[in-house]
Write a protein that binds this ligand. Structure first.
Ligand SMILES: NC(=O)c1ccc[n+]([C@@H]2O[C@H](COP(=O)([O-])OP(=O)(O)OC[C@H]3O[C@@H](n4cnc5c(N)ncnc54)[C@H](O)[C@@H]3O)[C@@H](O)[C@H]2O)c1
Length: 237
């Protein structure tokens, strides 16, 4: 029960990694306020690209839970595209949800985390470290997210707020199932083995939830500014 009496805000909580995180943290004693743009039982509406809905959701969360100890930024989008087919709309959507979104939600959480000396865990991706074919918009958004989080880890250390990232490889969720559906025309699958791990298969979302839980817990009280890679050994090749 690592999260007894801890108050947690999770974005992207309706499915995949976010839903697994809500379930794991609740099982370990946390009070969790989950938000998403998609409907799911017990999940509140919040669009991480929209400041007004973030403010409303954060106020409701803090009021219901009596404060905030942990922010988990999970919400994200991913559509593969050949570089010459990237529309401004596709590019902007990746930056809005994957980069601007966590920045806005983090801003809303900071006053409450200052009060509790809490921490932030953000789901970035190995796509923010490794160049991936047909995925340059997503890679750019996640690389920006990693450096944003590293920068504020330094800035917020004086407030006693820790800031860390988890960088997953391939996880078995709706996102990874749907990401390739956007590509037009022929693609060279010869590139894709470099995106697979030395351990077989896609990871279940709970493997990422476990890494999030470690970084959010007191066991990681000496860890800030870290990017914990959980990727079945994809980058280690
Ligand atoms: N699945 C993978 O292989 C993989 C790998 C590395 C990183 N990630 C990252 O993990 C995170 C979770 O992805 P997932 O795989 O669980 O996918 P998912 O599609 O199951 O979950 C993403 C959730 O984010 C929500 N969301 C999208 N836009 C939103 C918005 N504007 N405001 C609020 N919520 C929004 C979606 O409704 C969805 O419930 C993402 O940040 C993703 O980039 C996933």
């Amino acid at each position: 029960m690592r999260f007894e009496n801890k108050r947690v805000f999770v974005t992207g909580a309706a499915s995949g990694i976010g839903a697994a995180t809500v379930e794991l943290l609740r099982a370990e004693g946390a009070r969790v306020f989950g938000v998403d743009v998609s409907d799911a039982p017990g999940i509140h509406f919040c669009d991480v690209t929209d400041g007004a809905t973030i403010t409303a959701a954060m106020e409701q969360a803090v009021s219901e839970m009596g404060g905030l100890d942990v922010l988990v930024n999970v919400a994200g989008v991913n559509w593969f595209s050949k570089v010459e087919d990237i529309t401004l709309d596709l590019w902007q959507k990746h930056l809005d949800v994957n980069l601007t979104g966590p920045m806005l939600v983090t801003q809303a959480a900071i006053p409450h985390l200052r009060a509790s000396k809490g921490n932030i865990v953000t789901v970035a991706s190995i796509s923010g470290i490794q160049g991936q074919p047909y995925n340059s918009s997503y890679c750019a958004s996640k690389a920006g997210l990693l450096l944003f989080m590293k920068a504020i880890a330094v800035e917020l250390a004086v407030d006693g707020i820790r800031v860390n990232c988890v960088c997953p490889g391939g996880v078995d969720t709706a996102m990874s199932t749907n990401a390739l559906s956007n590509i037009k025309g022929e693609i060279d699958f010869g590139h894709f083995p470099k995106m697979m791990g030395v351990l077989p298969g896609m990871m279940p979302p709970v493997k990422i939830a476990e890494a999030i839980a470690f970084l959010a817990s007191d066991a990681a009280s000496s860890t800030t500014g870290a990017s914990l890679v959980v990727d079945n050994g994809t980058l280690w090749q």
